[in-house]
Design a binder for this molecule. Structure first.
Ligand SMILES: NC(=O)c1ccc[n+]([C@@H]2O[C@H](COP(=O)([O-])OP(=O)(O)OC[C@H]3O[C@@H](n4cnc5c(N)ncnc54)[C@H](O)[C@@H]3O)[C@@H](O)[C@H]2O)c1
Length: 280
């Protein structure tokens, strides 16, 4: 039995945004470890397709229409997982969206929507998960999905970067709060590098049309998909770091370390951020 299987097998996972990309990868990988899977996604048809596929391979899996922006919807999703699958041992707050373009050209509605999904969605997940996990008396895990973008700064994705810094800080604070409260919950932050998903195609600018700078950034990011890691491989990496008891759950540990070190050095030397050649 692998370490990942012995640590997580037999448990129950909730994952928001589990109908696609990184979340789907974690749902499918969790199922291979023998977990029961609850997928909460705003796209119910896509979530149900993944759950049905898992069920056909013998996994207990449910799909629940969930909008992470709505505290009640998030609460109902987690409640369904407890009722139908049992005590949740791994709650993953994963749903997230992107936004391209300069800050001053970002539609107010898109800024609000992104922060609602990427940040408030994680907060709503914690409010739904922690009290139930504490009451169940079963050791549990909470993972919040940030990004390598949570360590660095970059132009033309500022709202996304802001949200991922927020998720990292929120998760660091949550870890301290769980320790202070004495709950048997292990907290970790998922910090993926480039993973195959639909996030760039769906980035917020689509709804109102990209600005010129936003469109160029979208094309550059779509091109980077060529070297992106398959979600199945990303999920295995994430679980392996978690099974080893790490707080930072990487998909690309070396890329993460480079950005973390550059960030630390920038703060230590108190120097202003500078554009790289690729960012001009
Ligand atoms: N793909 C990458 O390279 C990458 C890198 C770093 C971090 N991430 C993070 O991974 C997470 C998942 O992104 P992805 O790349 O798999 O994107 P994706 O677009 O493929 O999947 C996102 C999922 O979230 C769902 N969703 C969107 N809004 C929602 C809402 N309001 N409520 C519930 N579900 C909602 C979508 O329907 C979709 O199924 C995000 O938090 C993203 O920031 C991704």
């Amino acid at each position: 039995m692998s370490d990942n299987e012995s640590v997580f097998g037999g448990g129950v996972m909730t994952v928001t945004g589990g109908a696609s990309g990184v979340g789907e990868g974690m749902a499918r990988y969790g199922a291979t470890l023998g977990m029961k899977i609850a997928i909460g996604d705003i796209d119910l048809a896509a979530a149900e397709a993944v759950a049905a596929d898992l069920r056909s391979a013998g996994t207990e899996a449910i799909a629940v229409h969930t909008d992470v922006r709505d505290a009640t919807s998030m609460d109902e999703f987690v409640a369904r997982a407890y009722e139908e699958l049992g005590p949740v041992t791994l709650g993953i707050n994963n749903a997230g969206i992107e936004q391209f373009g300069y800050l001053w050209e970002t539609p107010v509605e898109n800024w609000r929507r992104l922060l609602d999904i990427n940040v408030t969605g994680v907060f709503n997940g914690i409010r739904a998960l922690v009290p139930r996990m504490a009451a169940a008396g079963v050791p549990a895990n909470i993972w919040n999905v940030s990004s390598i973008g949570g360590f660095g700064v970059a132009p033309r994705q500022a709202s996304y970067i802001v949200s991922k810094h927020a998720v990292l800080a929120l998760t660091q604070c949550l870890k301290l709060e769980i320790d202070a409260a004495g709950h048997d919950i292990r907290v970790a932050v998922v910090v993926p590098g480039p993973v195959v998903s639909q996030i760039f195609d769906r980035a917020g600018g689509t709804e109102t049309g990209d600005s010129e700078a936003g469109s160029a950034e979208r094309q550059a990011m779509l091109a980077s998909k060529e070297v992106a890691m398959p979600a199945s491989e990303a999920a295995e990496q994430i679980f392996t770091h978690a099974a080893a008891g790490k707080f930072y759950l990487h998909t690309h540990p070396e890329m993460s370390a480079g950005i973390m070190n550059a960030r630390a050095e920038g703060l230590r030397s108190q120097s202003a951020p500078q554009l790289s050649d690729q960012q001009l």
